[in-house]
Design a protein around this ligand. Structure first.
Ligand code: 5GP
Ligand code: ZN
Length: 136
């Protein structure tokens, strides 16, 4: 993917503030951090989003998110972290090379990944279940 910026960053063609690197992944600081330490985990092999990941890459990415999050707690003093993979324009994805955000959360920090809980009737839930299950 010659025109993909995250292919270039992950493979070291464009420099980045690298937190971690191995043969398959690079994790680097987000240019526009939501909180101090906001890191992106990016596989070196191009996949547009989570729907194109193989099982091994997906598993390793999530395990790596846990390790980096723990390091953030020890090193930066955050008390939690959000692991987020925006998928599709409507979900806020702007770079179409899969990446996982690891966003440190601090006790006195702003709310970042939050939503107002809604509700469903039993009938709505049944329709929703049918729609998703029949498409799987
Ligand atoms: P998305 O909105 O696709 O889930 O996340 C893309 C993220 O990449 C954003 O948080 C944005 O700040 C970050 N970003 C975009 N371009 C660059 C870049 O060139 N370098 C780095 N380090 N982060 C970038
Ligand atoms: Zn790419």
């Amino acid at each position: 993917m010659d025109d993909c910026i995250f292919c270039k960053i992950a493979n070291g063609v464009i420099p980045s503030a690298t937190v971690y690197e191995d043969e398959e992944f690079r994790a680097f600081l987000d240019l526009g951090p939501a909180s101090k330490g906001h890191t992106l985990i990016v596989p070196k092999k191009h996949a547009k989003d989570v729907t194109e990941l193989d099982q091994e890459t997906a598993g390793k990415a999530l395990v790596l998110a846990g390790k980096i999050g723990e390091a953030m707690k020890k090193g930066l003093g955050c008390t939690g972290f959000n692991v987020v993979a925006n998928t599709g324009v409507s979900a806020g994805q702007t770079i179409f090379h899969f990446h996982m955000h690891v966003i440190p959360r601090y006790d006195d920090g702003e709310k970042i990944v939050e939503w107002v809980p809604g509700s469903n009737t039993d009938e709505e839930r049944a329709e929703i279940l049918d729609a998703i299950r029949s498409a799987l």
